[in-house]
Every structure is written in C-alpha cells, then in structure tokens.
Design a protein around this ligand. Structure first.
Ligand code: FPP
Length: 265
C-alpha cells in the first residue's frame, strides 16, 4: 500500500518505465486506443534520408508500442497505417507503404503470436495489392484465437467512405424490408460500420504536432479523449504512450452530461 502511494507521490521524471507502468495499471486503462502515426517523412528529412526510411523506422515503432499496449492491458490498438487519401502520394511511396504490412508481419508475426496479440483490419481491402492482403489475412487467421491486445490496422481506411458504405448498406436493408426506418439510431449506425465489433476509442493520439483528425474514425471519436504530441512517430517511445495514458487518467469524461461529483452539487 505504502509502495503504491509513494509511486503516485513521485514525479514521473524520477520513475523508471516499469514503475510508471505499475502506477498506471492501478487506474482505469483506456480500452481502445487509436493512433494517427504522423511525422515519418519529417523524421527522414531531418536526417537527409528518403521519406520511406521514415516509414521503415515508423514500422519499428509499431512493434514497440504494440508490446507495451499489450502489457498495459489495452484491449484494442487501432493504427492508421494507410488512409484512402494516401493513394495520392508518389507511386514509389505508396508501393513502399503497401509492402510494410508484409515486412512487419513477416518479421514479427511469431512474436505477436507468442505475445497473444490478435491482428485485425479495418478499411477497404479490395484495393490492396495481393501480397499485402495475403499477409494481413494470414496474420488475422493465425491470431484469431488470441485473447491479448487486438492490433487493428486501418489500411485503405477513410472515415467518410466508411460512413458512405454504412449508409448504402442501411438503405439496401431498408429497401429489402430487413430493417425499418424507425430502427435507425446511433447503435444501428455503429453496427453498420467497420468497427462494429469494437468499442469506440477512449483515447486518440496524434503525433508530429498536427492538430487534425484527417478522416480517421469520424463517427467513433464523438466522445474520445484527444492527445496530441510534437514527437514524430519514429521517435514515439514507451515513455510517450505512458504520458498519453497518464493524461487520459487525469481527464474527467462527461459525455455531454455531468460527472458523479458535479451531479450531487
Ligand atoms: C504519415 O506520416 C504516415 C503514414 C502515411 C504511414 C504510416 C505508416 C507507418 C508508421 C508504418 C506502418 C506499419 C505497418 C506495419 C503497417 P507522413 O509520411 O505524412 O509524415 P510527414 O507528415 O512528416 O511527411
């Protein structure tokens, strides 16, 4: 008991990563963390390297952060790895980005399996190159029964396209008499989204100092806590994820209402 109190009284700068992990595990952990992994290009430019070197380094960060997220008992980590708008980038960069899931899973799938991580994906996989699709499908299949962190890649994902697809499916189901118009409510719309099996994100992190959402999980983040950092994604480390979770634990979530203390006043 004394040990726990001491940890909370100490400044985070005097604590090791392990002590900070123990400390945050005493408080509610965000169930679903979503990350806009930004700043790979700038990381590379600062080192006079090609942009793709930044993406490669960013891939290594994905592995580190996945391991810590799993250790923190986060249930789902959704990573924005390729947006529906990223096709506008030069072909060689798109090709490189599309090769990363294969490289990542080729290197790390055995470790992810050993760590009990389950892989999933949101996004339109019909436009992904066959090798990318195959690598992701294989990982999904081989980790389907795992019960640890759900590592959810957003690949060829866009929030607006997701909503358009949901509206089309709902319209079709109404037209075919599967559901009535009165049936359409928040829960119904969530059910038609690609994230239907997931809770909404509790915490959204964006790296690299940009303060925007960039078409990511537009419906799902209605009440998500946002956390921005200037750190570029390849430099994002365990310490930064812990900073974000600590910040989350200090927030009061009200969902547009009042919290318990305020209601009693
Ligand atoms: C944005 O940074 C980043 C991306 C478009 C790609 C993110 C992908 C990864 C971090 C690797 C994913 C790994 C796997 C395993 C799929 P940017 O290029 O826009 O950076 P900039 O704003 O500095 O130019």
């Amino acid at each position: 008991m004394f040990k726990k109190m001491n940890l909370w009284n100490k400044s985070k700068t005097n604590l090791t990563i392990n002590e900070r992990v123990s400390r945050i595990l005493e408080q509610p952990i965000p169930k679903h963390v979503a990350i806009i992994m930004d700043g790979n290009g700038r990381w590379a430019k600062r080192r006079a390297l090609p942009r793709v070197a930044g993406h490669h380094e960013g891939m290594k960060t994905v592995k580190k952060i996945t391991t810590l997220a799993n250790r923190l008992n986060i249930e789902t980590l959704t990573l924005y790895a390729f947006s529906t708008e990223n096709w506008k980038r030069p072909k060689h960069e798109v090709d490189y980005l599309m090769g990363l899931p294969e490289e990542f899973l080729g290197s790390f799938l055995p470790e992810l399996i050993a760590e009990n991580v389950k892989v999933s994906m949101i996004g339109d996989n019909s436009r992904l190159p066959a090798k990318t699709k195959k690598a992701v499908e294989k990982a999904i299949e081989q980790t389907a029964n795992n019960t640890g962190l759900n590592l959810n890649f957003a690949l060829n994902y866009g929030g607006r396209s997701e909503i358009v697809e949901a509206v089309k499916k709902i319209s079709t189901d109404v037209k075919n008499g599967e559901i009535s118009v009165d049936h359409i409510d928040h829960e119904c719309i969530s059910h038609y989204l690609m994230t239907h099996a997931l809770p909404d994100p509790d915490l959204l992190i964006r790296t690299s100092g940009e303060l925007r959402i960039s078409n990511f999980m537009l419906w799902q983040i209605a009440y998500t806590e946002l956390w921005f950092t200037d750190v570029l994604w390849p430099d994002f480390s365990d310490k930064h994820l812990i900073d974000a979770v600590e910040a989350f634990q200090k927030r009061t979530r009200r969902y547009g209402g009042l919290n318990d203390k305020e209601s009693k006043k």
